[in-house]
Design a protein around this ligand. Structure first.
Ligand SMILES: [Fe+2]
Ligand SMILES: [Fe+2]
Length: 192
């Protein structure tokens, strides 16, 4: 099977109906592909793995099933092992080695995309003017977007060999073009 973004979206939307989960998938995709583009990696492959990483969360909402019980479904659907392994590698509790740039990037973008998204939702212009400094400040407030694991955000930047501020800046830049699809306001809509 040829690995494409479009096929991944098809598989994802067959198992996932929640708008919030679809937005999460798109955000992680945008950030992951931003890094793929920057280093000349296979954008279709990286997009597919990012879109699929939580594809089974709606049917397997607990960690005794997600994402490990999703793997046989992906194999049945014809997804190659490279994709299945990439998907499995994002889960902390499976302790799989993050031994490729794709696995490192997916892990680094998963929690931070969600966090940047959450920061944008409480700002009048979304993420248009969001700076790393205010993201870092929010990271230190445990009650804000409490579901985001801070240690995984810090670990992700380290895994990429980036300063946290640079990683935040990259993710914000990656999400800006899809801000409206993520339900975020923009400077343009704020004025309207
Ligand atoms: Fe997950
Ligand atoms: Fe995720």
């Amino acid at each position: 099977m040829e690995v494409t973004r479009e096929r991944a979206w098809e598989t994802l939307t067959r198992y996932t109906k929640s708008e919030a989960l679809l937005r999460h998938a798109r955000a992680v995709e945008a950030a992951t592909v931003w890094y793929a583009r920057r280093s000349g990696e296979d954008e279709e492959l990286w997009a597919a793995v990012a879109l699929l990483h939580d594809f089974d969360y709606e049917i397997h909402p607990t960690l005794d099933q997600h994402p490990q019980d999703g793997a046989p479904i992906l194999r049945d659907e014809g997804w190659p092992e490279e994709v299945v392994e990439g998907v499995l590698s994002h889960a902390e509790h499976l302790s799989m080695p993050r031994d490729t740039p794709l696995k490192k990037t997916l892990f680094a973008c998963d929690e931070l995309s969600g966090f940047v998204h959450a920061c944008g939702l409480v700002r009048p212009d979304g993420i248009d003017t969001l700076e790393p400094k205010s993201v870092r400040k929010k990271l230190k407030q445990p009650s804000f977007a409490a579901g985001v694991h801070r240690d995984e955000v810090y670990e992700g930047a380290e895994l990429l060999g980036l300063e946290l501020d640079e990683h935040i800046r990259n993710v914000v830049e990656a999400l800006r073009p899809i801000a409206p699809q993520l339900g975020l306001r923009t400077a343009a809509t704020a004025q309207a």
